[in-house]
Ligand binder design. Structure first.
Ligand SMILES: [Zn+2]
Length: 70
């Protein structure tokens, strides 16, 4: 189970969408949750592309992203 937490890399609060993306990409047993910026760096992508992916998941009906501000 993932909770709202602090990014282990940069110590900023982790955005709800980053928690949802981690759950989706890494899996529900992810041991650490990075903020959006660090997640983007880890997957060698950009925050905007991650948000695009999150919107696609949301529009596809994924409950993890339901109601998130995207
Ligand atoms: Zn971070």
């Amino acid at each position: 189970m993932l909770f709202a937490m602090t990014c282990p890399v940069c110590r900023k609060p982790v955005e709800p969408v980053a928690v949802a993306l981690t759950s989706k990409i890494v899996g529900p047993n992810a041991t650490e949750v990075l903020c959006l910026a660090c997640l983007a760096a880890k997957f060698k992508t950009t925050e905007e592309r991650l948000l695009d992916a999150a919107r696609r998941y949301r529009d596809g009906g994924c409950v993890r992203f339901k109601g998130l501000p995207l």
